[in-house]
Design a protein around this ligand. Structure first.
Ligand code: NDP
Ligand code: OXD
Length: 307
């Protein structure tokens, strides 16, 4: 069996090659270069179209992240199945990140930080969790884990998915027909949707205006879910209290982008949940072997659905 590794951007390739070789003894694991022989499976991050055009024999294309929006924009080899990482250590990181953003806002820790910086010893009236229902868009691998973590802190938790999902402690909503009801009952909105035709621009003026007054937006999914100007207008009008943004339409976020300097926006550099190499290698190697044995595997993407 031959495995082609094609990781672009900043991902370091050598440790992936070493880890995969160790996890799949007897398998040829090579970094792809143009003109390389046909491989059976590929491990990819942001591969060039040329790689996919050349590698027409691929059975499995294993994306080293959870989101496959960029990959699905490319023309894929006809018989290849696209497989995403399921959790791979990202779900608990995402739960930490969202709970941190939520609690920082709820406990007004950002305001205390400002006061302390100015030498002020201040107190604020404690808030009631019941007034801060947290609505999670996307109740998949990451959304469900985040919902459980938020529920642990005794916030009311709501979840919105494409099909109905029963998660203990979470008030579930599904489909377009229940979106408005979900938004109206939400004060802190967490976006953990995949980026698809249906979900692009979903954090727009119409939908964000439906959040409870003083709403707070945590976008940890993809930048193209959010209409940047609509968010800024609703923050400036006072309808929204703030936003924690980890993902952006253009990454790195351009220096001139207003998000950097908006006092109600906290920016982080797409770091809410990082792919953990060792865990991902074990997961991918296990799935490759299962696929070769003809067994079903988790995380196979439906290209029509887009996730
Ligand atoms: P999953 O595919 O496991 O879950 C997706 C969830 O979104 C499902 O509950 C699904 O509904 C729901 N959904 C999809 N389309 C719609 C729709 N049109 N309307 C309502 N609900 C919808 O994804 P993950 O939880 O693993 O990851 C989510 C996203 O998080 C990734 O696609 C990626 O873009 C992003 N991400 C960001 C990271 C970061 O560092 N910032 C790190 C990792 C991922 P249903 O349950 O009915 O299928
Ligand atoms: C992912 C990501 O999709 O890192 O895994 O954003």
């Amino acid at each position: 069996m031959r495995i082609a590794v094609c990781l672009t951007n900043t991902t370091k390739v050598a440790p992936w090659l070493a880890g995969l070789r160790e996890a799949l003894p007897g398998t040829l694991v090579e970094e792809w270069a143009p003109g390389a022989p046909q491989a059976d499976h590929a491990i990819v991050w942001a591969p060039p179209q040329r790689f996919l055009d050349e590698q027409q024999s691929l059975k499995g294309i294993f994306n080293i992240g959870a989101g496959v929006d960029a990959l699905l924009k490319l023309k894929l080899p006809a018989r290849a199945r696209v497989v995403r990482i399921d959790d791979g250590g990202m779900a608990s990181q995402m739960a930490e990140f969202v709970c941190h953003a939520l609690i920082r806002h709820f406990r007004e820790l950002d305001c205390y930080e400002d006061d302390v910086r100015n030498g002020a010893w201040s107190y604020r009236r404690p808030r009631d969790r019941a007034d801060y229902p947290v609505g999670i868009m996307g109740l998949g691998v990451l959304g469900e884990r985040v919902a459980r973590a938020v529920a642990h802190f005794e916030f009311p938790v709501l979840g919105w998915s494409r099909t109905p999902r029963a998660v203990p402690g979470v008030r579930g909503f599904a489909g377009q027909e229940q979106l408005d009801e979900f938004l109206r009952a939400t004060r802190v909105l967490v976006c953990l949707l995949p980026l698809t035709r249906e979900t692009q621009d979903i954090l727009n003026a119409r939908n964000l205006a439906r959040l409870m007054p003083g709403g707070y937006v945590i976008n940890v999914a993809r930048g193209a879910h959010l209409v940047d100007d609509d968010l800024i207008a609703l923050l400036d009008s006072g309808h929204l209290a703030g936003a924690a943004l980890d993902v952006f339409r253009t990454e790195p976020l351009p220096a001139e982008h207003p998000f950097w300097r908006h006092r109600k926006i906290t920016v982080t550099p797409h770091t809410s949940a990082r792919t953990l190499r060792e865990e991902s290698i074990v997961q991918i190697a296990g799935k490759i072997l299962a696929m070769e044995r003809g067994e079903p595997i988790a995380g196979v993407v439906d290209p029509q659905r887009g996730y």
